[in-house]
Write a protein that binds this ligand. Structure first.
Ligand code: G3P
Length: 215
């Protein structure tokens, strides 16, 4: 499973990248707003750091507006920028057009397996089911991911599943068990994945025993 990092914070991306854990990056307007920095400036900096897919989201709600934004965003790094488009009829139309032009699209704000099926048929390179936000309203987010995996496998769709809105290590574990292509993980959750109390106590014990051998 590929690991994307779900942040627009360049320091976090650098730290995760240095641990070899960044196959790509996903951003959204809220994540960029948290940095307090200019959208294009942040994306350019990320693209200089990471050689992998970097999702940049459009904010227009109509197809023409989405396409116009996409054509500007792709210029920031033609090889690695992926256009993030919302799951709406206008977004599906923009996705079909961009896919026909060879521009990869990540359809975002997907909450059902049927939305994922539409994204695949529209030619999206990626679909982002938001598992945490579904959990928030009492639905099992990961159940939807399981269904998307089945549907894509049934018909041989090559659209990659990005498990998004990840809130805990369990989301990452289940994404890997289901066979999601990608999990996009906030930096804090990434650090949690490395953590285990038995690792900490094991280190303490080895250090204490090593001291005993320094006679
Ligand atoms: O990848 C999508 C993500 O950024 C949304 O996460 O926590 O706002 O639901 P969250």
């Amino acid at each position: 499973m590929k690991f994307f990092i779900d942040t627009a914070n360049v320091d976090e991306i650098r730290a995760a990248h240095d641990m070899g854990l960044v196959d790509g990056v996903t951003t959204n307007p809220s994540l960029v707003a948290k940095t307090g920095r200019n959208f294009h400036e942040v994306l350019t900096e990320i693209a200089a750091l990471v050689d992998g897919p970097i999702s940049a989201e459009v904010v227009a709600l109509d197809t023409e507006g989405m396409l116009a934004e996409a054509r500007e965003l792709i210029k920031l790094h033609p090889k690695n920028i992926v256009i993030k488009v919302p799951m709406t009829p206008a977004g599906l139309k923009a996705t079909r057009q961009l896919a026909d032009e060879g521009i990869p699209v990540n359809m975002t704000l997907a909450f059902s397996p049927l939305q994922a099926l539409l994204a695949a048929k529209a030619g999206a390179a990626y679909i982002s089911p938001f598992v945490g936000r579904l959990d928030d309203v009492g639905h099992l987010g990961m159940e939807g991911v399981e269904q998307i995996r089945t549907i894509f496998d049934n018909y041989g769709f090559t659209t990659e599943i990005i498990v998004a809105s990840v809130r805990s290590p369990l989301h990452v574990l289940n994404a890997a068990l289901i066979g999601a292509d990608i999990c996009t993980i906030p930096y804090g959750v990434l650090l949690q994945l490395a953590k285990h109390p038995l690792t900490d106590t094991g280190i303490e014990r080895f250090l204490a025993d090593w001291q005993k051998s320094q006679v």
